[in-house]
Ligand binder design. Sequence first.
Ligand code: G3P
Ligand code: MG
Length: 358
Amino acid sequence: ASRYFSSLLESEQRSSFGIAFDIDGVILRGRDPIGGSPQAVRRLLKDSGNLNVPFLFLTNGGGVPESKRANELSEQLGVKILPSQVLQGHSPFKSLLKRYENQLIIAAGKGEPAVVMSEYGFKKVVSIDEYASLFENIDPLSEYKKWTTNQVLDRSVHPMNTVPRCDVSSEAVKAVFVVSDPVDWGRDIQVLCDVLRCGGLPGQENGHQPPLYFASDDLEYQAVFPSNRLGMGAFRIALESVFNRVHHNPLEHVSFGKPNPVVFKNAEAMLRQLQVSYRSNNSKESGDSGLQSFKTLYMIGDNPSVDIKGARQAGHPWFSILTRTGVFRGKHNHAEFPADMASRMMELLAWCKLILIN
Ligand code: G3P
Ligand code: MG
Protein backbone atom coordinates (compact mmCIF):
# COMPACT_ATOMS: atom_id res chain seq x y z
CA ALA A 1 0.00 0.00 0.00
CA SER A 2 2.80 2.38 0.89
CA ARG A 3 4.41 1.85 -2.51
CA TYR A 4 1.06 2.58 -4.13
CA PHE A 5 0.66 5.80 -2.12
CA SER A 6 4.19 6.74 -2.99
CA SER A 7 3.75 6.36 -6.75
CA LEU A 8 0.36 8.07 -6.56
CA LEU A 9 1.76 11.03 -4.73
CA GLU A 10 4.85 11.28 -6.88
CA SER A 11 2.54 12.17 -9.73
CA GLU A 12 0.91 14.95 -7.70
CA GLN A 13 2.05 18.51 -7.99
CA ARG A 14 2.54 20.39 -4.78
CA SER A 15 -0.57 22.17 -3.57
CA SER A 16 -2.61 20.85 -6.48
CA PHE A 17 -4.58 18.67 -4.09
CA GLY A 18 -6.78 19.00 -1.04
CA ILE A 19 -8.30 16.69 1.58
CA ALA A 20 -11.80 16.29 3.03
CA PHE A 21 -11.85 14.22 6.22
CA ASP A 22 -15.04 12.57 7.41
CA ILE A 23 -15.32 12.86 11.22
CA ASP A 24 -17.35 10.01 12.77
CA GLY A 25 -15.60 6.72 12.15
CA VAL A 26 -12.47 8.31 10.64
CA ILE A 27 -11.22 11.11 12.91
CA LEU A 28 -13.33 10.43 16.01
CA ARG A 29 -15.28 7.67 17.65
CA GLY A 30 -17.71 9.48 19.90
CA ARG A 31 -15.51 12.20 21.34
CA ASP A 32 -12.24 10.25 21.23
CA PRO A 33 -9.73 10.42 18.37
CA ILE A 34 -9.27 7.24 16.33
CA GLY A 35 -5.76 5.83 15.97
CA GLY A 36 -3.26 8.47 14.94
CA SER A 37 -5.80 10.97 13.57
CA PRO A 38 -4.55 13.93 15.71
CA GLN A 39 -0.96 13.25 14.62
CA ALA A 40 -1.98 13.01 10.96
CA VAL A 41 -3.82 16.35 11.09
CA ARG A 42 -1.00 17.97 13.08
CA ARG A 43 1.48 16.81 10.45
CA LEU A 44 -0.57 18.41 7.71
CA LEU A 45 -0.49 21.71 9.56
CA LYS A 46 2.81 21.89 11.31
CA ASP A 47 5.28 19.86 9.28
CA SER A 48 4.12 20.92 5.86
CA GLY A 49 6.46 23.89 5.52
CA ASN A 50 5.12 26.00 2.67
CA LEU A 51 3.24 23.06 1.17
CA ASN A 52 0.02 24.31 2.79
CA VAL A 53 -2.30 21.47 1.95
CA PRO A 54 -5.87 22.76 2.08
CA PHE A 55 -8.00 20.41 4.18
CA LEU A 56 -11.34 20.45 5.91
CA PHE A 57 -13.77 18.23 7.81
CA LEU A 58 -16.79 17.09 5.82
CA THR A 59 -19.24 15.47 8.22
CA ASN A 60 -22.93 14.59 8.10
CA GLY A 61 -23.09 15.17 11.84
CA GLY A 62 -23.92 18.46 13.54
CA GLY A 63 -26.16 20.09 16.13
CA VAL A 64 -23.83 22.97 17.06
CA PRO A 65 -22.65 25.98 15.03
CA GLU A 66 -19.54 25.45 12.87
CA SER A 67 -17.55 27.86 15.09
CA LYS A 68 -18.28 25.74 18.17
CA ARG A 69 -17.48 22.49 16.32
CA ALA A 70 -14.18 24.01 15.15
CA ASN A 71 -13.27 24.80 18.77
CA GLU A 72 -14.19 21.27 19.89
CA LEU A 73 -12.09 19.75 17.09
CA SER A 74 -9.18 22.07 17.92
CA GLU A 75 -9.22 20.69 21.48
CA GLN A 76 -9.64 17.07 20.41
CA LEU A 77 -6.87 17.20 17.79
CA GLY A 78 -4.52 19.68 19.45
CA VAL A 79 -4.34 22.07 16.47
CA LYS A 80 -6.21 25.23 15.52
CA ILE A 81 -9.14 24.36 13.24
CA LEU A 82 -10.98 27.28 11.64
CA PRO A 83 -14.80 27.42 11.38
CA SER A 84 -14.36 27.56 7.58
CA GLN A 85 -12.72 24.11 7.79
CA VAL A 86 -15.90 22.55 9.20
CA LEU A 87 -18.75 21.59 6.86
CA GLN A 88 -21.58 19.85 8.70
CA GLY A 89 -24.73 18.15 7.43
CA HIS A 90 -26.77 21.27 8.10
CA SER A 91 -24.29 23.78 6.62
CA PRO A 92 -26.17 23.89 3.24
CA PHE A 93 -29.30 25.11 5.09
CA LYS A 94 -27.70 28.58 4.82
CA SER A 95 -28.58 28.54 1.13
CA LEU A 96 -32.30 28.56 2.07
CA LEU A 97 -32.03 31.76 4.11
CA LYS A 98 -33.64 34.02 1.51
CA ARG A 99 -36.72 31.81 1.36
CA TYR A 100 -37.31 31.50 5.10
CA GLU A 101 -35.45 34.39 6.74
CA ASN A 102 -38.54 35.90 8.40
CA GLN A 103 -40.79 32.84 8.36
CA LEU A 104 -41.65 30.64 11.32
CA ILE A 105 -39.54 27.47 11.11
CA ILE A 106 -38.99 24.47 13.40
CA ALA A 107 -35.45 23.24 14.08
CA ALA A 108 -35.26 19.63 15.32
CA GLY A 109 -32.46 17.47 16.69
CA LYS A 110 -29.84 17.04 19.41
CA GLY A 111 -27.65 19.88 20.62
CA GLU A 112 -28.62 23.45 19.79
CA PRO A 113 -30.61 23.23 16.54
CA ALA A 114 -32.32 26.62 16.94
CA VAL A 115 -29.00 28.32 17.73
CA VAL A 116 -27.49 26.80 14.57
CA MET A 117 -30.32 28.17 12.42
CA SER A 118 -30.28 31.57 14.15
CA GLU A 119 -26.56 31.87 13.48
CA TYR A 120 -27.25 31.22 9.79
CA GLY A 121 -29.55 34.28 9.90
CA PHE A 122 -33.02 32.72 10.23
CA LYS A 123 -35.02 35.17 12.35
CA LYS A 124 -38.01 33.15 13.54
CA VAL A 125 -36.71 29.78 14.67
CA VAL A 126 -38.25 27.57 17.31
CA SER A 127 -36.68 24.34 18.51
CA ILE A 128 -38.94 21.29 18.44
CA ASP A 129 -38.54 21.00 22.24
CA GLU A 130 -39.92 24.46 22.72
CA TYR A 131 -42.59 24.05 20.03
CA ALA A 132 -43.89 20.85 21.62
CA SER A 133 -44.08 22.61 25.01
CA LEU A 134 -46.53 25.17 23.56
CA PHE A 135 -49.21 22.54 22.86
CA GLU A 136 -50.66 20.94 25.95
CA ASN A 137 -50.98 17.14 25.68
CA ILE A 138 -49.44 17.01 22.19
CA ASP A 139 -47.28 14.14 23.49
CA PRO A 140 -49.54 11.80 25.47
CA LEU A 141 -46.46 9.93 26.75
CA SER A 142 -44.63 12.93 28.19
CA GLU A 143 -45.66 12.11 31.78
CA TYR A 144 -43.72 8.84 31.49
CA LYS A 145 -40.54 10.54 30.38
CA LYS A 146 -38.19 11.16 33.24
CA TRP A 147 -35.66 13.26 31.33
CA THR A 148 -35.64 17.02 30.68
CA THR A 149 -34.27 18.73 27.58
CA ASN A 150 -31.94 21.70 27.59
CA GLN A 151 -34.34 24.34 26.26
CA VAL A 152 -32.86 27.19 28.25
CA LEU A 153 -29.69 27.48 26.18
CA ASP A 154 -31.57 27.42 22.90
CA ARG A 155 -34.07 30.01 24.05
CA SER A 156 -31.46 32.38 25.44
CA VAL A 157 -29.86 32.89 22.03
CA HIS A 158 -32.49 32.56 19.34
CA PRO A 159 -35.12 35.23 18.63
CA MET A 160 -37.96 33.34 20.31
CA ASN A 161 -37.13 35.69 23.18
CA THR A 162 -38.81 38.45 21.25
CA VAL A 163 -41.54 36.44 19.48
CA PRO A 164 -44.63 36.02 21.71
CA ARG A 165 -45.25 32.33 22.42
CA CYS A 166 -48.98 32.67 21.58
CA ASP A 167 -48.04 33.91 18.07
CA VAL A 168 -45.94 30.84 17.52
CA SER A 169 -48.66 28.41 18.53
CA SER A 170 -51.27 30.10 16.32
CA GLU A 171 -49.06 30.77 13.30
CA ALA A 172 -48.51 28.18 10.58
CA VAL A 173 -45.01 26.70 10.45
CA LYS A 174 -43.51 27.41 7.02
CA ALA A 175 -40.76 24.75 7.04
CA VAL A 176 -39.20 22.08 9.23
CA PHE A 177 -35.43 21.56 9.40
CA VAL A 178 -34.06 18.37 10.95
CA VAL A 179 -30.69 19.81 11.92
CA SER A 180 -29.22 16.86 13.81
CA ASP A 181 -30.19 13.39 15.06
CA PRO A 182 -33.57 13.65 16.85
CA VAL A 183 -33.48 12.76 20.55
CA ASP A 184 -37.08 11.78 21.32
CA TRP A 185 -38.15 9.93 18.16
CA GLY A 186 -41.66 9.11 19.46
CA ARG A 187 -42.55 12.70 20.34
CA ASP A 188 -40.87 14.14 17.25
CA ILE A 189 -42.70 11.77 14.88
CA GLN A 190 -45.98 12.72 16.57
CA VAL A 191 -45.32 16.48 16.48
CA LEU A 192 -43.94 16.46 12.92
CA CYS A 193 -46.92 14.42 11.66
CA ASP A 194 -49.19 17.03 13.32
CA VAL A 195 -47.34 19.94 11.70
CA LEU A 196 -46.81 18.37 8.28
CA ARG A 197 -50.26 16.87 7.68
CA CYS A 198 -52.15 20.02 8.73
CA GLY A 199 -50.52 22.76 6.67
CA GLY A 200 -48.10 23.74 9.45
CA LEU A 201 -50.56 24.16 12.30
CA PRO A 202 -51.33 21.21 14.62
CA GLY A 203 -55.04 20.69 15.14
CA GLN A 204 -56.05 22.19 11.79
CA GLU A 205 -58.11 20.01 9.49
CA ASN A 206 -55.97 20.09 6.37
CA GLY A 207 -53.46 22.00 4.30
CA HIS A 208 -50.46 21.55 2.06
CA GLN A 209 -47.41 19.94 3.63
CA PRO A 210 -44.77 22.54 4.55
CA PRO A 211 -41.29 21.75 3.13
CA LEU A 212 -39.21 19.34 5.21
CA TYR A 213 -35.40 19.38 5.08
CA PHE A 214 -33.00 16.82 6.54
CA ALA A 215 -29.35 17.64 7.19
CA SER A 216 -28.35 14.14 6.06
CA ASP A 217 -29.73 10.71 5.32
CA ASP A 218 -27.27 8.33 7.02
CA LEU A 219 -28.99 5.06 7.84
CA GLU A 220 -26.16 4.17 10.23
CA TYR A 221 -22.97 5.69 11.56
CA GLN A 222 -20.10 4.75 13.85
CA ALA A 223 -20.33 6.07 17.42
CA VAL A 224 -18.80 4.67 20.63
CA PHE A 225 -20.86 1.46 20.78
CA PRO A 226 -19.13 -1.42 18.95
CA SER A 227 -21.81 -1.87 16.27
CA ASN A 228 -23.24 0.86 14.05
CA ARG A 229 -25.89 3.22 15.44
CA LEU A 230 -29.09 4.34 13.68
CA GLY A 231 -28.70 7.77 12.12
CA MET A 232 -30.89 10.50 10.66
CA GLY A 233 -31.78 8.35 7.65
CA ALA A 234 -33.31 5.79 10.00
CA PHE A 235 -35.40 8.54 11.62
CA ARG A 236 -36.47 9.72 8.16
CA ILE A 237 -37.65 6.18 7.29
CA ALA A 238 -39.58 5.96 10.57
CA LEU A 239 -41.25 9.35 10.08
CA GLU A 240 -42.00 8.69 6.42
CA SER A 241 -43.50 5.24 7.11
CA VAL A 242 -45.83 6.61 9.77
CA PHE A 243 -46.72 9.80 7.84
CA ASN A 244 -47.60 7.82 4.72
CA ARG A 245 -50.03 5.72 6.77
CA VAL A 246 -51.78 8.66 8.44
CA HIS A 247 -51.85 11.01 5.43
CA HIS A 248 -53.21 10.60 1.91
CA ASN A 249 -50.20 12.24 0.18
CA PRO A 250 -46.73 10.73 0.57
CA LEU A 251 -44.17 12.71 2.58
CA GLU A 252 -42.15 15.20 0.54
CA HIS A 253 -38.64 15.92 1.74
CA VAL A 254 -35.16 17.02 0.72
CA SER A 255 -31.98 15.57 2.25
CA PHE A 256 -28.65 17.38 2.26
CA GLY A 257 -25.35 15.96 3.54
CA LYS A 258 -23.12 13.46 1.73
CA PRO A 259 -23.71 11.85 -0.81
CA ASN A 260 -25.63 14.90 -2.17
CA PRO A 261 -23.45 16.38 -4.99
CA VAL A 262 -24.13 19.93 -3.67
CA VAL A 263 -22.09 19.05 -0.59
CA PHE A 264 -19.04 18.06 -2.63
CA LYS A 265 -19.37 21.23 -4.74
CA ASN A 266 -19.43 23.31 -1.53
CA ALA A 267 -16.43 21.41 -0.15
CA GLU A 268 -14.47 21.99 -3.34
CA ALA A 269 -15.31 25.71 -3.24
CA MET A 270 -14.20 25.94 0.40
CA LEU A 271 -10.95 24.05 -0.28
CA ARG A 272 -10.32 26.48 -3.13
CA GLN A 273 -10.83 29.44 -0.75
CA LEU A 274 -8.38 27.89 1.71
CA GLN A 275 -5.88 27.37 -1.11
CA VAL A 276 -6.28 31.03 -2.16
CA SER A 277 -5.69 32.26 1.38
CA TYR A 278 -2.59 30.04 1.83
CA ARG A 279 -1.26 31.22 -1.53
CA SER A 280 -1.80 34.90 -0.79
CA ASN A 281 0.10 34.45 2.49
CA ASN A 282 2.92 32.64 0.70
CA SER A 283 3.09 34.96 -2.30
CA LYS A 284 3.92 37.82 0.06
CA GLU A 285 7.04 35.85 0.96
CA SER A 286 7.88 34.22 -2.38
CA GLY A 287 6.33 36.63 -4.89
CA ASP A 288 4.55 33.65 -6.54
CA SER A 289 0.79 34.13 -6.71
CA GLY A 290 -0.03 31.50 -9.39
CA LEU A 291 -2.99 29.21 -8.56
CA GLN A 292 -3.26 25.68 -9.86
CA SER A 293 -6.58 23.99 -10.33
CA PHE A 294 -7.00 20.98 -8.07
CA LYS A 295 -5.60 17.84 -9.62
CA THR A 296 -7.04 15.65 -6.86
CA LEU A 297 -9.37 16.13 -3.90
CA TYR A 298 -9.24 13.21 -1.46
CA MET A 299 -12.42 12.22 0.37
CA ILE A 300 -11.40 10.05 3.32
CA GLY A 301 -14.46 8.33 4.77
CA ASP A 302 -15.72 5.19 6.51
CA ASN A 303 -19.21 4.91 5.00
CA PRO A 304 -19.39 3.43 1.46
CA SER A 305 -22.98 4.50 0.69
CA VAL A 306 -22.36 8.04 1.93
CA ASP A 307 -18.72 9.15 1.67
CA ILE A 308 -17.59 6.93 -1.20
CA LYS A 309 -20.80 7.06 -3.22
CA GLY A 310 -20.77 10.86 -2.88
CA ALA A 311 -17.16 11.28 -3.98
CA ARG A 312 -17.68 8.90 -6.91
CA GLN A 313 -20.81 10.77 -8.03
CA ALA A 314 -19.03 14.10 -7.72
CA GLY A 315 -16.40 12.84 -10.19
CA HIS A 316 -13.18 14.66 -11.04
CA PRO A 317 -11.18 15.84 -9.11
CA TRP A 318 -12.55 13.72 -6.23
CA PHE A 319 -10.68 10.52 -5.26
CA SER A 320 -12.23 8.33 -2.56
CA ILE A 321 -10.38 6.55 0.25
CA LEU A 322 -12.33 4.09 2.41
CA THR A 323 -11.05 3.37 5.92
CA ARG A 324 -11.88 0.32 8.02
CA THR A 325 -12.17 2.37 11.19
CA GLY A 326 -15.95 2.87 11.21
CA VAL A 327 -19.07 1.74 9.34
CA PHE A 328 -17.13 -0.33 6.77
CA ARG A 329 -15.54 -3.47 8.22
CA GLY A 330 -14.92 -5.53 5.06
CA LYS A 331 -11.52 -7.02 4.29
CA HIS A 332 -11.08 -5.61 0.83
CA ASN A 333 -13.20 -2.99 -0.93
CA HIS A 334 -16.96 -2.41 -0.79
CA ALA A 335 -18.83 -4.34 -3.50
CA GLU A 336 -21.56 -1.82 -4.35
CA PHE A 337 -19.65 1.43 -3.79
CA PRO A 338 -15.98 0.54 -4.20
CA ALA A 339 -13.56 3.30 -3.21
CA ASP A 340 -10.65 4.34 -5.39
CA MET A 341 -8.60 3.04 -2.47
CA ALA A 342 -9.49 1.07 0.67
CA SER A 343 -7.18 1.70 3.59
CA ARG A 344 -6.48 1.15 7.27
CA MET A 345 -5.75 4.08 9.55
CA MET A 346 -2.07 3.17 9.80
CA GLU A 347 -1.83 3.28 6.05
CA LEU A 348 -3.46 6.68 6.18
CA LEU A 349 -0.78 7.90 8.54
CA ALA A 350 1.85 6.67 6.12
CA TRP A 351 -0.10 8.37 3.38
CA CYS A 352 -0.12 11.73 5.16
CA LYS A 353 3.59 11.36 5.80
CA LEU A 354 4.20 10.67 2.12
CA ILE A 355 2.25 13.73 1.07
CA LEU A 356 4.66 15.78 3.08
CA ILE A 357 7.76 14.05 1.78
CA ASN A 358 6.75 14.25 -1.90
O1 G3P B 1 -24.58 11.75 13.13
C1 G3P B 1 -23.32 11.66 12.51
C2 G3P B 1 -23.33 10.77 11.35
O2 G3P B 1 -24.48 10.96 10.58
C3 G3P B 1 -22.12 10.72 10.47
O3 G3P B 1 -21.09 11.65 10.63
O4 G3P B 1 -18.77 12.45 10.29
O5 G3P B 1 -19.40 10.13 9.61
O6 G3P B 1 -20.24 12.06 8.30
P1 G3P B 1 -19.82 11.55 9.65
MG1 MG C 1 -18.27 8.64 9.05
